[in-house]
Design a protein around this ligand. Sequence first.
Ligand SMILES: C[S@@+](CC[C@H](N)C(=O)[O-])C[C@H]1O[C@@H](n2cnc3c(N)ncnc32)[C@H](O)[C@@H]1O
Length: 696
Amino acid sequence: MGRKAKFDGTQVPTGRGKKVKKQSDPTFPQGVLVKDINKLSRRQKQRLQKKLLKQQQPQKNTKIKNILKKEENSKEKQIQLKNEENISKKLKKKNEKKFKSAINNNYQNEDDEEEADDNITDVHMEQDEEDMDDDSDQMHLAAKLKKSKQKFLNNTKGDSEENTKILLKKKENSKKQIQLKSEKNISKKLKKKKEKKFKSAINNNYQNEDDEEEDDDNITDVQMEQDEEDMDDDDQLHFAAKFKKSKQKFLNNAESDSEEMTFSEEEFIDDEQIECNEETDNKSDDDDLLPIEKINKKLKKKKQEEEKYAQEEMDNMIAHQSVFSFPTEEELANVTNLKDIQQRIRDVIIVLSDFKRLREKNRSRSEYTELLRRDLCTYYSYNNFLMEKLMQIFPLDELLEFLEASEVERPMTIRTNTLKTRRRDLAEALISRGVNLDPIGKWTKVGLVVYSSQVPMGATPEYLAGHYIIQGAASFLPVMVLEPRENERILDMCAAPGGKTSHIAALMKNTGILFANDVNKDRLKAVVGNLHRIGVVNSIICNYDGRQFPTIMKGFDRVLLDAPCTGTGVIAKDLSVKTNKEEVDIQRCCTLQRELLLAAIDCVNARSETGGIIVYSTCSILPEENEWIIDYALKKRNVKLLPTGLEFGADGFTSYRQHRFHPSLKLTKRYYPHVHNMYGFFVAKLKKFSNVIPNQ
Ligand SMILES: C[S@@+](CC[C@H](N)C(=O)[O-])C[C@H]1O[C@@H](n2cnc3c(N)ncnc32)[C@H](O)[C@@H]1O
């Protein structure tokens, strides 16, 4: 880059720029500051190291010696002290162990192990605190190994040969883990070592650094040796000797190997190379690899072996675990404890999840399924019929979730009556009364979930004034799918007690005409009361059998059929459902639902300018009452399914057991207490495209 012209217009002299000027050789003023060093190039740093080291080497070596001697003395003192403390503990332990071993009939190996135990402790004490920190994991593993060994010895009498194999495998695995860990530590240490040595050379702080370096060196040596010990307890003494030897070696080398102290990066790589080569047994095909790659390769290999052993161990465990034994008739008859039943439910589900491997010979799947059904009925208090139905709908793990969720009532939710207030104002008013609430979710602008309340939610001034309706979140859905519009003619065929009717009226903004029908006169009283309270003024309440409604009135823009059903989605609200539903109830319901749906379709005007819509919903999760009914209507009337427009919910079934439904049944939606945190529900949206009734 050339010189740039100045903004004030002064002439910039031409000629050679500063960059092309030859730079003089670098000089190092005395007492170079550490922060200046950071600005030096790598080459400059190396020169500086060498220079500084030359000056300080003799002084440094004597310092190292003194420090190491001092340290050794203090360590010896510490060891002595600790030894004295530990001796009494050891004696106690020894006596206990011997006593045990005497009981367990002359286990010769035990004495060896005790000695090895002692050695481990001694060696531990000889190590620096740093060493102990770094290696605590390894020691812990070694101790675990010993523990399991001891346990194994104590249990030998009762254990089978297979168990022995498993334990030995475990032991082998632990050894492998220790090896793997130590290797990881070695590479970590090498890195650390490199960094520390480089820094120490620059910062001229050899006194402290060297101690650390020595520790690090020894840690590496000691760790490798220690790993061997962990693998073989008898080598403990050997380890202690080696530890001292390595220390001595360092002292001897401190004088003569001053060159080694000028640690250049290349030298570190060489060190790594040597160690790595030793570890990899000079394999010829590894020659092209970097040291770190070689270590990595070895670690990978170890990991693979480790995984293999773990898998083998797992297989062994499964093969030898206590297999669930099918209960006898007597056992089945005598169970009174719910915990036992719960455990058996779990066991049978495990067996069924891997039936080929875990089943008892000569036992069929249906026997296990039958046992499970029986236990589930007992545990959750269902009758056989309903439990069987549920087992047909859900996979086993999901079935348990559904059953558990059906034990708990869903959170209380309220719907804002938009004819009288806004959700924000309602929430404010209720909060001021001590109601703890939140919006239900993004999918509704009128719903609030009530966590807790200091006042009964059915008796607040806001409730009595008709500002809200207590309604389950799932009950919002059919009206949202219906999408009522202002000035339409809408029929709510099974309206009592009027929760959905009031919602429709609110969306119609009290315009048009809303027919609220129910076959049950008594229940209609609740509709009257609710519609008054809510302030609905566009409704006509009528009392017909919905199946007859087309003969009375037709031509509606929209019809909601919130059909009578078994209520299998609202078990937590009505526990009697668990026991009072039988095949005949379902059949009765299905027949009524089919007829009501055909009537609802017949009530709609296919040529409605705004609608021609029928929404069918139930609070049941049984396909017989849902997909089955819609599939029937698709065949019997000129209707087609439309997407519900709901952004969540499970898709409807297109097949169920041996039955196949119209593919468009995918457009219907299912809701479950264990999935959607609302009562079980089904909703389908139909569009009538012709007023002609086929085959009539
Ligand atoms: C699930 S409830 C309706 C709940 C209502 N949609 C609400 O949101 O408050 C089913 C209703 O259908 C009524 N019902 C049963 N059989 C009927 C029929 N044949 N015609 C009309 N209504 C019937 C029952 O009396 C019951 O009130």
